[in-house]
Design a protein. Structure first.
Lengths: 295, 298
């Protein structure tokens, strides 16, 4: 008994360290597995895969070009951010600085609920409502497009942006607001020219996180992007994001075939892309201020 | 005490996590009495359903047939594609292989110790929206016209027939590597690539939905889904032949693929019992409930 209570701290520290190491090892294993499974595809030439615009994995010889997919992923995700970022940031500023308490108390839980809706439900709603809208209004022969995907992705990521930016603004100490108001500056000016620049770093990391989420989203884009093998030339064209490609074809790909390796290569590209974004967020938002630690 | 409790809890958790790992590495010393089935992803759901029904009904092998031992029924069904089904049947990696295409002669040569059972057919209809005037103007279509439409040579409805409106044809297809797409390629496209503007849908249900929703759409919808959505999907006859159950089972309607089970020539008792079940009327019912056409009893 005495031994345990004496060493309990070191036991728990060791256990926690072991679990943390296991998590890091798990991430490394995932990366290695995907890289390993995709190796035969990369032997065709890294640049050939990343810039090739022909995806015909079943042809002889198999063509594994991911340009269409990369373009579609970037277009739909950036398009989503174009819609979501301004709306999200403005909503956050409104909630943090201008909204009456009762309104904030209603909107915040609603946003939290929006994050809980499964993405397949968003995809289904998009297919039933948005796609049909374009077809009924005869705007497009077939309603799926990258714009539909962007719109639904925007709705999915706005809660993340609002929550992140709201926290960023709320974490600015009250002294700044008091000082600014005591100088007779109007509230809107203070919000945009004083508070926003102060919260800039956290806001950028919230937006980047949302971008990563939008780029990796599968079910919604699978049903909305159209999945054609043509390079998208406009926002209203159809495309096939990386995640939709993998979801569509992996089930029927024969293990060990060029298609299988090509799909894993697509997965590696997506994983690398999201990891780069997340690492950039981490390194750019690290607190340079002196933070006291419990050590 | 509280400290002790926390320490004990964390130690127990670590032991459980560690114990999970070692359990899976210790292989059971008993003989494996399960039936392993694998192959086509089209057939796997049907066979899995039959396996579930079989297990629900009998629970142990003894109840199926008195001669068999009193052990619980264990049947594993895996996907992996028709190619995998053939290869693993050849290597005896699985007890039964599932194939949803014709078995090639070269493959049959290697399957000397096996018997092939055709359970039924999966037919693809050429489906359009019920509001599409093509159903009254030109209800029959030739293989060549289908090929031209799906390869993009014929881009608008009025290029197919001048009495049709000048609307673009919206092509709905399945993912290019999947079984349905391969069947369509083998029997109609014969190597001609499908137009890149074709919209790939993730499932046959989504394909049917697209044809039902979009007035200009055309796609190859599985016959079972057409049956389930009577009135909401229009079907064209191909080379004068309607995709009815009789025409499909007799082979007159050509855009169909056989659903084949590759079993050992001398299966052991358990496998034989399950094979009998698959070919019995319960198996036939499961097959038709999933939209496939069971082979006609001779």
């Amino acid at each position: 008994m005495h031994f345990i209570s004496k060493n309990a701290d070191s036991v728990i520290t060791l256990a926690s360290a072991a679990i943390a190491a296991a998590m890091a090892l798990l991430l490394l294993t995932i990366f290695t597995f995907i890289a390993q499974e995709s190796l035969p595809a990369w032997q065709q030439g890294v640049l050939a895969i990343l810039t090739g615009s022909e995806w015909q994995p079943l042809a002889e010889p198999p063509q594994l070009g991911l340009l269409i997919m990369l373009a579609s992923t970037l277009w739909s995700a950036l398009g989503a951010m174009l819609i979501a970022a301004p709306l999200g940031v403005c909503c956050a500023i409104f909630l943090a600085e201008f909204a009456p308490d009762w309104l904030t108390a209603i909107i915040k839980p609603v946003l939290t609920m929006l994050t809980g809706i499964p993405s397949v439900v968003y995809g289904f709603l998009g297919a039933a409502v948005l796609v049909r809208f374009f077809e009924i209004k005869r705007l497009l022969a077939s309603g799926e497009s990258l714009f539909c995907a962007s719109l639904v992705l925007a709705i999915m990521v706005i809660p993340y942006i609002v929550t992140g930016c709201y926290s960023a603004l709320r974490s600015i100490p009250a002294e700044y607001r008091i000082a600014v108001l005591s100088m007779g500056i109007s509230k809107p000016y203070a919000a945009i020219h004083v508070l926003l620049p102060m919260a800039r770093k956290s806001m950028i990391s919230a937006i980047s996180l949302a971008f990563g989420r939008a780029a990796g989203e599968t079910m919604a884009v699978l049903m909305l992007a159209g999945n054609t093998l043509l390079l998208p030339t406009s926002w209203f064209a159809k495309g096939e994001p990386l995640s939709a490609l993998i979801a569509l074809e992996l089930g029927s790909a024969t293990v060990g075939s060029p298609q299988y390796h090509g799909l894993f290569a697509a997965g590696l590209v997506l994983l690398a892309f999201i990891s780069v974004i997340n690492l950039t967020i981490y390194f750019s938002s690290r607190d340079s201020r002196n933070v006291a630690r419990l050590k | 005490m509280k400290k002790l409790f926390v320490v004990l809890l964390s130690v127990i958790m670590m032991v459980i996590v560690g114990g999970c790992g070692s359990q899976t590495t210790k292989a059971p010393a008993t003989k494996d009495n399960s039936i392993k089935i694998g192959g086509s992803s089209t057939m796997a759901p049907v066979i899995a359903k039959c396996a579930d029904d079989f297990t629900e009904k009998f629970h142990t092998w003894k109840k199926v047939n008195d001669r068999l031992p009193d052990e619980p029924i264990v049947i594993f069904v895996a996907t992996g594609g028709s190619g995998f089904g053939v290869k693993s049947a050849m290597n005896n990696t699985v007890d039964m292989g599932l194939v949803s295409r014709d078995v090639k002669e070269a493959e049959k040569a290697k399957l000397t110790n096996h018997t092939l059972y055709t359970l039924g057919y999966d037919a693809l209809t050429i489906a359009v929206n019920p509001q599409n005037p093509v159903l009254t103007v030109k209800p029959d279509i030739t293989n060549d016209e289908i090929k031209k439409i799906f390869s993009g040579e014929i881009k608008t409805w009025n290029q197919l027939d001048p009495n049709l409106p000048n609307r673009p044809i919206v092509l709905a297809i399945r993912d290019l590597g999947g079984g349905a797409s391969q069947v369509f390629d083998e029997l109609i496209m014969k190597g001609t690539p499908i137009a890149k503007e074709a919209v790939q849908l993730p499932s046959m249900g989504a394909l049917a939905g697209k044809v039902m929703d979009n007035a200009d759409a055309i796609g190859y919808v599985s016959v079972g889904l057409v049956e389930q959505n009577k009135g909401k999907i229009g079907v064209l006859s191909v080379e004068g032949i309607q995709p009815t159950t009789e025409n499909i089972a007799s082979g007159k309607y050509k855009i169909a693929r056989p659903l084949i089970v590759i079993a050992k020539a001398t299966p052991d008792d358990r496998e034989q019992q399950f094979l009998n079940y698959l070919q019995s009327e319960k198996g036939v019912k499961a097959l038709s409930s999933m939209g496939f056409v069971p082979v006609q009893a001779k």
